[in-house]
Structures are given as structure tokens and as C-alpha cells.
Design a protein around this ligand. Structure first.
Ligand code: ZN
Ligand code: ZN
Length: 394
């Protein structure tokens, strides 16, 4: 059998992949409200002849490419939601939906997975087992992936491995950011309420100053990063909001501090969770105030399976040569709900370079963020190649 050349096929499908991305870019939708988007995706998958399920975890879409031959099941995942931003790129295909923009490239993720679905469907004779295409809602903050897992997308057939991509405007087009182990940080939220006792500013000894206690709590918490965390393993604690007090001459009885906590290992994450509460309570207590700490678990770290990353590298070498592999020396401190699948099954999550000559000047989530659309054909070719490797060699 002559094998499909996915690199050449992706180039041949370039215009279609780009037009899919541009269409989706024009009609972005927020998390769990991806009605038009999921209908478009389901229609494209149905036209390929795949069996398609809609309405999974709300707006999710799952499609199966069944070869009829026994073998493993590989899931290929894309996210569908956009961000509450007003686009300022000035592109001819800019968002038509006021205040909503695909500023995190999820339009491109869908276009790449649909491109791969098309190539793999045409090449089904070269595969055994099953490819499961997962289009999930609400990656941004809402954890759509967790809802998909709870809805059973990793079962029937049971998924043996999962692959996903994130377009990356910081990395040159044609290169893939690859990292065994942690590739995205965890993301949790912490709310600290410091309770004091109101009083007259002229008689501080009769009250308990929640503002002073909160200031000491804030400063002390950074010691968890600088003194208790392994310097070789990044941890971030950013307190982005503080509110309290009313007038300059009144002792405040209540201050609220809110922040985000990021770590690259579960151990560091658990350490921060435990110690933020203990330290805030102790410091506030030492000043006669009281701290109440609510720690909300967000996304776990996204941890690549070393074996699957070796296979991904082999697929990249095969397709594009050594140049395509860009080893990441550290994990970005951004996070991904892809982590929820990868807690359950081995996974590979790679970054796809999308920085062309004029692109990449703005980061993800920026209203002027643009990508080099040539990145899409690289991503689609990789997904198809990786799927064939996975479903052939296991
Ligand atoms: Zn994002
Ligand atoms: Zn994203």
C-alpha cells in the first residue's frame, strides 16, 4: 500500500483549512455557548461520514473514525470557546460578534483537527483501531474538559492515548514546542478574608487593624515562593485584587485579598494550598486578626507522557526533520484544561509555532493577537501523522 503523505496533503488542503479557521474566527462564542460553532463542527464531521454525537457536556461534539480493525483508540482534542474581548486586529475576517474574540487560537485548533480528520478519513485503510475526535466547550476558566470526562468521552471505546495542540504566537512557524513532563502549570484561585475589629483611627489600640494584618499576610505569603519552593521548579503566587476599608480615619475590620496560584507539579501545588492557609492564619492571628482562606482548585498541571512525547518527536522528525522539534526548557506558567484528560489517560500536548514575519507581536488573549496561518497545515499534518503512528505501531 502506498502511504499517504500527510505533509503534502496538508499543503494541498491549506486553503480549506484556512477558510475553516477564518469562518470560525468571524463567529466566536463564549464557553458553554458554542452553538453555532458546534453545529459547524458537527456538520463538517458528518460530511466526512463519521458517526457524530452532539450535545456532549452541553455543546461538545465527539466523532468516531472506526476502521473496523481491532486496535487502540486515540483521542484528538480541540477546544471551541472564545474570550470576552473586543477584537482590534483590523483583519478582514475579524469577529462579527461584539465583545467576543478567538484570541486564544481555538478557531485554529478546530481547523487543524478538522483538517486531520479529513486526511485520516481518506487514509483509513492505513489505520487500525479508532480515532475519537473530541471538540470540547469552555476551555477558558470553566474547565469544559472536566465536564467532558464526566460525560464519559474517555470511555466506549476506552481511549488509550490523547493528543492536543496549542497554537503559539511566540514560536516560529514550522516548529513545535515539545516537553516531556509538565508542559502547562496548574491554576488555582485563593480568596483570603482578613477579619479585624473596627475602631477610630485615633484609637488603634481599641480595634484590630485588618489592613495592617492583610499587608503582613501579603508580604509573608511571598516567602512560600522564595523560601519554601524549590528554586529549580517555578511557582507563582500573584495577588491581583485587594479590597478593604472605607475612610482614612477608620480602622478597617475586613480586607479581602484574591489571587492566582500556579505550579508545575502536584506536590508543589499541594504544598501551596496547605501553606497559604496555615501562614495566612498564623500571621493574621499573631496580629490579633483572623484570616479565612478559601482555596479553589482550578486546573491541574498538564503533564505529558514521556513515551508519547518520544513518539510525537518521531512523527515530527518523519514529517519535517529535526528543525521542527523545539524542546522547551521550561513549562509556560499558563494552564490548560487538557490536564483533566491527561490525569486519566496518557497524553501528548504540543505547542505549534505560529509566529510568521508580521505575526507574533501580541500574546495570546490580546485583542490584537494574530497568527501565521501557515501554522495550521503543520499542525494538521502532525495530528494525522501522529494518529497513524499511534494506530499502527502499538
Ligand atoms: Zn486561553
Ligand atoms: Zn487556549
Amino acid at each position: 500500500m502506498i502511504e499517504s503523505n500527510f505533509r503534502e496533503l496538508a499543503v494541498a488542503h491549506r486553503d480549506e483549512i484556512i477558510s475553516v479557521r477564518r469562518h470560525l474566527h468571524q463567529y466566536p462564542e463564549l464557553g458553554f455557548r458554542e452553538q453555532l460553532t458546534s453545529a459547524f463542527v458537527a456538520d463538517a464531521l458528518t460530511r466526512l461520514g463519521l458517526s457524530v454525537r452532539q450535545g456532549v457536556a452541553g455543546t461538545g461534539v465527539v466523532a468516531l473514525l472506526e476502521t473496523g480493525r481491532p486496535g487502540p483508540c486515540l483521542a484528538v482534542r480541540a477546544d471551541m470557546d472564545a474570550l470576552p474581548l473586543t477584537e482590534a486586529t483590523g483583519l478582514p475576517f475579524a469577529s462579527q460578534h461584539d465583545g467576543v474574540m478567538h484570541a486564544c487560537c481555538h478557531d485554529g485548533h478546530m481547523a487543524m483537527v478538522l483538517g486531520a480528520a479529513r486526511m485520516l478519513t481518506a487514509a483509513r485503510e492505513e489505520l487500525c483501531g479508532t480515532v475519537k475526535f473530541i471538540f470540547q466547550p469552555a476551555e477558558e476558566m470553566l474547565g469544559g474538559a472536566r465536564h467532558m470526562v464526566e460525560a464519559g468521552v474517555l470511555e466506549s471505546p476506552r481511549v488509550d492515548g490523547i493528543v492536543g495542540l496549542h497554537l503559539w504566537p511566540d514560536l516560529a512557524t514550522g516548529r513545535f514546542g515539545v516537553r516531556p513532563g509538565t508542559v502547562m502549570a496548574s491554576m488555582d484561585h485563593v480568596d483570603i478574608t482578613v477579619h479585624g475589629k473596627a475602631g477610630h483611627g485615633a484609637a488603634p489600640h481599641q480595634g484590630v487593624d485588618a489592613i495592617l494584618a492583610a499587608a503582613h499576610v501579603l508580604a509573608a505569603l511571598q516567602a512560600l515562593v522564595s523560601r519554601e519552593s524549590d528554586p529549580a521548579e517555578p511557582v507563582v503566587l500573584s495577588m491581583g485584587s485587594i479590597r478593604g476599608g472605607s475612610l482614612p480615619n477608620i480602622i478597617a475590620d475586613r480586607v479581602e485579598i484574591r489571587g492566582t496560584v500556579r505550579a508545575v507539579s502536584s506536590e508543589a501545588r499541594e504544598h501551596m494550598q496547605r501553606r497559604i492557609a496555615a501562614l495566612a492564619e498564623a500571621v493574621a492571628g499573631g496580629l490579633n486578626a483572623r484570616a479565612e482562606v478559601a482555596y479553589e482548585l482550578g486546573y491541574p498541571p498538564t503533564v505529558n507522557d514521556p513515551g508519547l512525547i518520544r513518539r510525537a518527536e518521531a512523527s515530527l522528525l518523519n514529517l519535517f526533520g529535526q528543525e521542527a522539534v523545539a524542546p522547551l526548557d521550561r513549562s509556560p506558567m499558563t494552564s490548560e484544561d487538557m490536564a483533566f484528560y491527561m490525569e486519566q489517560v496518557p497524553g501528548a500536548f504540543l505547542l505549534v509555532g505560529a509566529k510568521g514575519a508580521g505575526e507574533g507581536n501580541y500574546p495570546l488573549h490580546h485583542p490584537q493577537m494574530t497568527i501565521d496561518e501557515r501554522a495550521l497545515e503543520y499542525g494538521a499534518a502532525f495530528l494525522a501523522e501522529f494518529a497513524r503512528d499511534f494506530l499502527r505501531t502499538r
